[in-house]
Each structure stands twice: as C-alpha cells, then as structure tokens.
Write a protein that binds this ligand. Sequence first.
Ligand code: PLP
Length: 393
Amino acid sequence: MNPTRKLVYLDHAATTSLDPRVLEAMMPYLREHYGNPSSVHQLGRKARYAVEQARERAAACLGAEPSEIIFTSGATESNNLALKGILAHFPGKGLVTSSVEHKAVLQPAKTLSGQGYPVTYLRPDRYGRISPEQVAESITEETALVSIMMVHNELGTRYDVERIAAICRERGVLFHCDAVQGVGYYPIRLDEWPVDALSLSAHKFYGPKGVGVLFVRGGTPLRPLIEGGAQERNRRGGTEHVAGIVGLAHALELAVIEREERVKHVRALRDRLATVLQAELGDYLVINTPLQEEEAAPHILHVVFPPQDELPVDGEMLLLNLDMEGICVSSGSACTSGAVEPSHVLQAIGIAPDTAKAAVRFSLGWKNTVEEIDYTVEKVEQILRRIKLLSSR
Ligand code: PLP
C-alpha cells in the first residue's frame, strides 16, 4: 500500500517542488511590489533593489562577483547563451564537449557546427564518465571553448569540474560548465575554480521554474542572444522576472545552508534503493549510476531492465504502471512523435536499444522517506511480475 496515500515523487532531476519558504519570499513581488526594475519611480526602484540584492546573494553563494551573474529564463537559455555567445567572438574556432551532455548543450552545439564551428564530442565510458585527460587530449589549436557538465542529469555521474577547468585555463581555452544537477549537492567556488561560464536553474533546487543564471567571468567575451533592452548589462534584454529572481536567490541560499543535511538524507535513501532493488531483482536489473561516493551525485539512481529470454521489457508499460501506483519517475527517454526513443545517453554508454527502452531514473529529494523507497521497490517488483518479466523465477 502507498504508505502516505500521496504521490511518491522520485523525479527531482526533472524538477523539484517550490519550497514554501521560497514562495513566501517571492509573494511580495507578485503582489504589491510589481514595478518594472527599469522604471525610475519608487515602485520601479523597489523592484530594482530586489533584483540587485538577489544578484549579490546569488553571487555570494557561488563565490562570484555580482557583475558576473546574468539572470536568464533557465539553464536551456544559459547554455545557449554561453556556447553561442562566447563562440561568436571566435570565428572559425571550435568547441569540445561530450556526447552525453544535456540537449540544451548538444542542440546549440549542433547549430554551431552547422555554422562552421568545429565541434568535438568526447566519448564516455560505461558509466558516462569523461576523464580530465580525455579533455586535455582533445584540445587543439582550433579549440576556443570546452563545455562539460558537473553532474549527469540521467546517470548521476559526477565530472571533475575543478581539474577540467584547470586544464582548460592552462591550455588557454575557455571552460563552460552546465552545473544544473550539481548545484544543490556540491559547493561551487567560482573564486577558486578557473571556470569561465556556468549555468544553473532555480527549479532544480526547490526554486521557481523559468529562471536561471549564467555566470560569466569578468572579461570573458559574450555576444547577447536576446536583444532589445539594456538589462543585465546589455547581455540579456527583457524585463526581469523579479519574483523569480528573488526566489532563485532565496532557494540558492537555502541549498547552501542545508546542503550537508540534504546530501546525507538523499544519499542514504538512494543507497537503500540500490541495495534493495539489487537484492530483490538480481540479474533482472543493471545499475548505470556509479555508486562510489565521489563518482556520482547522491540523488540519482539510473537502472535498466535487460531483455529476459530475448523478450524486451516494456519500459513504457513499467512507467505507466508505476504512475498508476502513485510513483512518479522518469525513463530518461525522449518521447518523439508517439514513439519512445532510447536516450542518446544510453546509446553513448553502449546500452543495447532493447535494454535502453526499459530504463528508469529515480531521482530523490530531501522530503522523500524510507517508507516511500520501500514502497517503490515493492511496486517495481510487483509490476515486473505482472508484465511477465519475473514470471519465470
Ligand atoms: N541542463 C541539465 C543538466 C538539465 O538537467 C536541465 C533540465 O532538465 C537543463 C539543462 C535545462 O534546464 P531548464 O529546465 O532550466 O531549461
């Protein structure tokens, strides 16, 4: 039985709930302080003050200067701005990234490649890992920018951002990091790490949707993507999402203050989930998240169910059945024109297409409980039996 009679939400890598404390901080800017930060009257000045305060608070959390923080609509925009905005200043020069980045990096990379910028895609190992040495070997005379994420959004794999950044600095190329999945779980010290650009998104750490940051180190050339206003020091036009920006700063501060507690909590649950699933399902399950503490973020467990007796497991059916039991997870697969396509990530780490279609990403949050984890394992086993995978046991 569902112990809470509520939803068991295990899709925090897709989005998190809005922390009530964050909502409370945002409310005045949705109600009474509705001025446009560009207006010179008192309501405008109030909004401007809120935006600039939020910028200072966000910068302090990251070890950045306030002038290095650009507020955006989220990490998709931040990644686009970083890649296109930086490379616009290096015509003919190229990008090094990996084949397992989020589509918010891969798609702009493809566009840039179509415009004649050379793009190199590093190939990961079995767990999605890219080593700093691979990055070092891939940098050539024509490289201007390297973009590698901090934590993998499907697999949970962690990348050595500090070492990769140091290599890039040593070799005289710029480094961008999509830190979306890492921000809630690791300290980010931009005053110590030679990172030139870094993306984050508020809705991944209990802030509101539709607001993010692109950190761009002072002196880094950047052409704006969105023109039409002088906001964000001419780097991103458009009236600021004041309440969202206030919410982002508040959520980021809470994430920093409560990080250790949250990490401990989700890691214990994630490890329990992995151990019990493995004990219950044995060979019927393959774990794609490297489980050593320093190799993966604490909140993600990615598994696949290989075909049994040559019969593939119906991954879509598994997710739908879990949903009917109140368990929200995601597959890591993109649903295109009605057909579930195996994720580009699973293809890149060498998972066979039939297996890749039966993938589940469990991503945990600090409100999840042991009861929810045990209930989930029980339901996964029941459903697999029902859809015949375990019938021969
Ligand atoms: N990058 C990574 C690693 C992500 O996990 C996501 C969200 O799924 C994004 C970028 C896109 O972020 P947003 O939803 O803010 O556009």
